[in-house]
Design a protein around this ligand. Structure first.
Ligand code: ACO
Length: 335
């Protein structure tokens, strides 16, 4: 099916990361691990940890204010807020509703999407759909996380990986015009629930409500079979790149910058290789932020913009993978 694209364009982007920088040396003091192993296997050198008083809503608010300022919009201009998170501040209500309240975005419909690391791209896909169907003119989309709340700091295979942060973007209706219309040219989302138990958080939900037993066996923390996740991530991200490129009606060599989910440098390199992208056309900042799940794409995108690696008319490919398993991709003509 050929769709009339683009329906929506990104008019503002904002991010927030906590101030506290946690280096690999911090883990060397607490776990049987070392900087060399972490850098070689993951590419991560440091990450940011939020303090006990800093919530996902706090991070999301800062990112949202940045995105709204860049778009030249006020919170009251928003008619939808779609927030991707794996670490909502509360199980009820949604973090999007808490954010709506602190922003004073009183004209918006607000809700969360639960899609783990591709949460920002899922939010983008949902918001674009609301815009395309005429139900929204202007949406705030987010990926916002406090992964450290669900990280087991006694488990060396996961503790070193994650960081906290948030990213937000304003998405606005646009009309396609000219030969090279700017905006979202394609989106693609997919999932495979059969693989859920390779990366999951067993306790704390309705199946195993929080209890002394859940806390005692540490099942309220994230569990991961890293090697299996790694293999699936490479496969799914490669396929998702192909799909977004094909749906956008372009070829891989036209892509100016690949902005992949920042989980592991080896996954990023394998994805880039498959997409035929040399690493100088790939955004990497996993070394400084680790895996911030749904916040990772907007944080990387913002840094690419700051560095001047994206400009008007740039073709940008976004791709992510995470628990579920879920995956997602998008092609945007910037500006
Ligand atoms: N320091 C030292 N050794 C370690 C550490 C550590 N921090 N962690 C694991 N090891 C050891 C293991 O115990 C194992 O030892 P053994 O051989 O004696 O049993 C050895 O290193 C190899 O372990 P593997 O798990 O096979 O190591 P691998 O090379 O696969 O790297 C890693 C592990 C980094 C977790 C990798 O598998 C990975 O990045 N997986 C993907 C994670 C990911 O991308 N998740 C994305 C989604 S996250 C989300 O959705 C929230």
């Amino acid at each position: 099916m050929t769709m009339r694209r683009p329906f929506a364009r990104l008019t503002g982007l904002g991010v927030a990361v906590p101030e506290q920088v946690v280096t690999n040396a911090w883990f060397e003091e607490r776990l049987d691990t070392n900087d060399a192993w972490i850098v070689e296997r993951t590419g991560i050198r440091e990450r940011r940890h939020a303090g006990p008083d800093q919530s996902v809503t706090d991070l999301a608010r800062i990112a949202s204010m940045g995105a709204l300022a860049q778009a030249g919009r006020s919170p009251l201009d928003l008619d939808s807020i779609v927030l991707g998170t794996a670490t909502p501040d509360r199980l009820l209500p949604s973090t999007a509703c808490d954010l709506q309240a602190v922003l004073g975005a009183n004209h918006a419909a607000a809700f969360d999407v639960s899609a783990a690391c591709p949460g920002f791209l899922y939010a983008m896909t949902v918001a674009e759909g609301l815009i395309a169907s005429g139900q929204s003119e202007r949406s705030l989309i987010l990926g916002a996380e406090k992964l450290t709340c669900i990280t087991d700091f006694e488990d060396r295979s996961t503790a070193i990986l994650f960081g906290d942060g948030a990213g937000a973007a304003v998405l606005e209706r646009t009309e396609p015009s000219g030969d090279r219309p700017r905006g979202i040219l394609s989106t693609f989302i997919g999932s495979d629930g059969r693989l859920a138990d390779l990366l999951y958080r067993p306790g704390g939900g309705a199946a195993h409500p929080i209890s002394h037993a859940v806390v005692d066996d540490r099942s309220h923390f994230l569990k991961m079979q890293g090697r299996e996740v790694f293999k699936a991530a490479v496969r799914s991200m490669a396929d998702a790149c192909d799909e977004a490129i094909q749906r956008a009606g372009i070829t891989a060599d036209q892509i100016d910058l690949l902005v992949p989910h920042q989980a592991n440098i080896r996954i990023i390199e394998a994805t880039a290789k498959h997409a035929g992208m040399p690493m100088d056309r790939v955004m990497v900042n996993v070394d400084r932020y680790g895996n911030t799940s749904s916040a990772s794409i907007p944080i990387a995108l913002d840094e690419a913009l700051q560095q001047g690696r994206i400009g008007p008319d740039s073709l940008v490919l976004l791709v992510a993978f995470g628990a579920g398993f879920t995956w997602a991709s998008a092609v945007i003509r910037w500006g």
